[in-house]
Design a protein around this ligand. Structure first.
Ligand SMILES: *Cc1c(COP(=O)(O)O)cnc(C)c1O
Length: 325
């Protein structure tokens, strides 16, 4: 644990963001995406607060392990948990865990669908099916839907509980005929195709943050926001605030001359200045590609100098910044 570098999370801002979201999408149900450790803010903290304080009833994670962690650590949380990508349905032991922990996989390819249907113990698990509408990542292709529908009927399933797709480019301002619109059109077609093969579709969702911000996909029963609830918008319309801020402190600082070697590899300092070391490195998520980044610190500009280390990084300030530290 670090004492001097920390991410402070303000849960009251999450509440404000959530209320803002509710006013944007008042009639949609929410699957709150808390994959990847709650977008870095803490998986359990995000699940706990948003379920017990905000009334969120469904969560999306990437892997079964995340889902089991929530179930184990927060046993009184009675929310649906969906595993979106790393499902592992080919493995009988992992399939058993879905049942034991009451977790629902999102079916993202034909093989998953077969594994799901072939396991009789899953016959009462709701079928959540993702459609690939043009992202070419996860989901059944529209050309697979006829076979999928036939397979569903073979196993006595007459409905898909939740049909979904994911937009590749909803962070861009959507215009008629663009990728987002095409994907949405493909989704609507996929839905009617399934219906025409005799499969009912109960719930639907398409919208991630960028789409919600633009009001796209709000005709569906559900929305799946992630990013926007943590603060960042995509297009300037979202008025949410960042729920977290990164705090750190200086552990060493001194004047350095142009041409002096700094740190691993002896990076040559490009000008005179004040060199400042922070206890923050790529091991903390301050990534190596931030090297050379110019950042603003209380109105003064500084550059991330040389290599970002595992637990340290250096910033170069102008010489007259000494009184700041
Ligand atoms: C991550 C994810 C979301 C949320 O996306 P944001 O852009 O963070 O809102 C929604 N749906 C799926 C399938 C995802 O993987």
């Amino acid at each position: 644990m670090r004492f001097h570098s920390k991410l402070e999370v303000d849960l009251s801002v999450l509440q404000e963001n959530f209320q803002l979201l509710r006013s944007l999408a008042p009639s949609n149900e929410t699957i709150f995406m808390i994959k990847a450790n709650g977008y870095g803010h803490g998986l359990l903290e995000m699940a706990q607060y948003s379920h017990f304080e905000l009334g969120v009833g469904a969560f999306g994670v990437a892997s079964l392990g995340e889902a089991i962690k929530i179930r184990t650590e927060l046993p009184s949380l009675e929310a649906d948990i969906y595993v979106f990508s790393d499902t592992g349905l080919y493995d009988a032991e992992l399939r058993r865990l879905y049942l034991d922990y009451n977790v629902v996989p999102v079916i993202g390819c034909f093989e998953d669908l077969k594994d799901f249907l072939l396991d009789k113990e899953f016959s009462h698990v709701p079928l959540i099916l993702k459609i690939d509408t043009g992202m070419n990542r996860l989901g059944l292709g529209t050309e697979e839907l006829e076979d999928a529908a036939a397979l569903l009927k073979d196993f006595g399933r007459r409905s898909v509980h939740h049909l979904m797709t994911h937009f590749s480019s909803s962070f861009l301002k959507s215009k008629p005929g663009d990728r987002t619109q095409k994907q949405y059109e493909n989704f609507r077609q996929a839905k009617s195709l399934l219906q025409s093969f005799g499969i009912a579709v109960e719930k639907t969702s398409c919208s991630n943050s960028g789409a919600i911000e633009q009001g796209i996909g709000l005709e569906e029963s559900h929305i799946r926001p992630g990013l926007m609830l943590y603060g960042p918008g995509s297009l300037g319309a979202w008025k949410g605030k960042n729920i977290s801020s990164l705090k750190t402190r200086v552990i060493n600082s001194f004047m350095i001359k142009k041409g002096a070697p700094v740190g691993y590899g002896g990076h040559v300092c490009h000008k005179d200045g004040l060199l400042v070391y922070l206890p923050l490195g790529y091991g903390d998520g301050f990534l190596t590609y931030y090297s050379k980044l110019d950042i603003n610190v209380e109105g003064r500009s500084a550059r991330v100098l040389g290599r970002v280390n595992m637990v340290l990084c250096a910033l170069l300030f102008e010489r007259d910044c000494a009184e700041m530290f």
